[in-house]
Design a protein around this ligand. Structure first.
Ligand code: PLP
Length: 383
């Protein structure tokens, strides 16, 4: 999709608007398959849970990583349509519940589906044993998140030193310990995190095997970086490193899965908003737009992400501030954006805003989340 097409859609449908190009999502999925031929992609639904995205990726052959009962059911809607005898096999092939801590009501509700779930401590393991005894379990390891934009290792994962004992404990409780998982942190541009994590996982799995635990699944998590700007190293480079380590460290019969979220959707969406107010403060032009950090731009707060704003109007650029529509002082999109002088009702747009954006939009101040449009533009139309 190009900016002209976005402008046409904004004129037709009004603003604020998020436009998601499913041709780009399919292209990202195909690229992931090509670069990681031995890895099945379980799309992390939390990055963008639009049902249309789930359907597109399901049709393309993806599986899914969910983190709540509603996310599980969203994906299960698609599995429900399969013939009965294919369904059970499909649950594990198609869904991993990868939130290590689960409310007991969720476990009770999930048990009838015999789900595959992750855990990282003994309390959780006992809870699973009690409320979802038919679940398969995957242990989440704590791994280095050095340099990743979103850090996860202080909240999730067991220490390597306790990992094998936890896998054996799972078996002792009568659960099936399927394997191990990790997450190197989101938007991970330090590829050594993956290399170290793969080595750690391989050591844990080898020792668990020597203690009688058949380790069938290796889950290498998410973190695959989206190409927000030119400094992001290419996925080809990461693939070369990961594939070489996989070949070197793991037996051929280990099933390898990944949970890319951001990589699949970040560059598939653009958002467009209108200028609704204009002021000059301390000599600096300030624009107010009809979207906000509580809405499509929530990633500025929750995802530590920046979305450069662009205008359709031409003219000499000037440093300005851009504020959201809400009445909160936190609602600042940027204090130093370069834009031409804008007038009321002019449009501004952002690219690469498909992940952790509309997914975390709220109704704060009574402003509804932006309308989401789904389009299919030929991949050739985009860089
Ligand atoms: C959020 C999350 C993901 C997706 O991470 P990305 O960095 O968006 O790829 C994958 N797995 C788990 C367990 C997560 O919590």
């Amino acid at each position: 999709m190009n900016p002209r097409q976005l402008q046409t859609l904004a004129r037709k449908h009004g603003t604020p608007l998020v436009v998601i190009d499913h041709a780009v999502i399919r292209r990202n999925y195909a690229a992931f398959r090509k670069h990681f031929p031995k890895v099945q992609a379980y799309y992390a639904v939390k990055a963008n849970a639009e049902p249309a995205i789930i359907r597109t990726l399901f049709q393309a052959g993806a599986s899914f990583d969910v983190a709540s009962l509603p996310e599980f059911m969203l994906v299960y809607e698609n599995i429900r349509k399969l013939p009965a005898r294919e369904r059970q096999q499909f649950i594990w092939d198609k869904i991993i519940y990868a939130n290590p801590t689960k409310p007991r009501q969720t476990l009770e509700a999930l048990n009838r589906y015999k789900p595959l779930v992750t855990f990282d401590n003994l309390t959780e393991l006992r809870k699973i044993r009690h409320y979802a005894p038919d679940a398969g379990v995957v242990l989440r390891l704590r791994v280095p998140n050095t340099g990743s934009v979103v850090e996860l290792s202080s909240k999730f994962g067991c220490e390597a030193s306790e990992a094998v004992d936890l896998l054996v404990a799972a078996a002792d409780l009568g659960l099936v310990a399927e394997g191990v998982s990790f997450h190197v942190g989101s938007q991970c541009c330090n590829f050594e995190n993956y290399v170290q994590s793969l080595n750690l996982a391989a050591a844990v799995m080898a020792e668990a095997r020597s203690r009688g635990q058949p380790m069938k699944i290796l889950d290498i998590g998410g973190g695959f970086p989206a190409p927000y700007h030119r400094d992001v190293p290419p996925i080809e480079l990461l693939a070369r490193k990961i594939n070489a380590e996989i070949d070197r460290l793991f037996p051929r019969d280990v099933e390898i899965i990944a949970e890319p979220g951001r990589y699949m959707v970040a560059n598939a969406a653009m958002s467009v908003a209108s200028v609704i107010g204009k002021a000059r403060r301390d000599g600096k032009p300030c624009y107010y737009i009809d979207d906000s950090v509580y809405h499509t731009f929530s990633g500025i707060i929750f995802d530590h992400c920046k979305y450069p704003l662009k205008a359709f109007r031409k003219g000499p650029q000037e440093i300005c501030a851009v504020f959201g529509q809400t009445c909160d002082g936190l609602d600042v999109l940027s204090l130093s954006e370069e834009l031409p002088e804008l007038e009321l009702d002019d449009l501004v747009y952002a690219e690469n805003i498909g992940a952790y954006s509309n997914a975390s939009a709220t109704w704060f101040n009574g402003f509804p989340p932006a309308r989401v449009l789904h389009v299919n533009v030929a991949p050739a139309a985009r860089r």
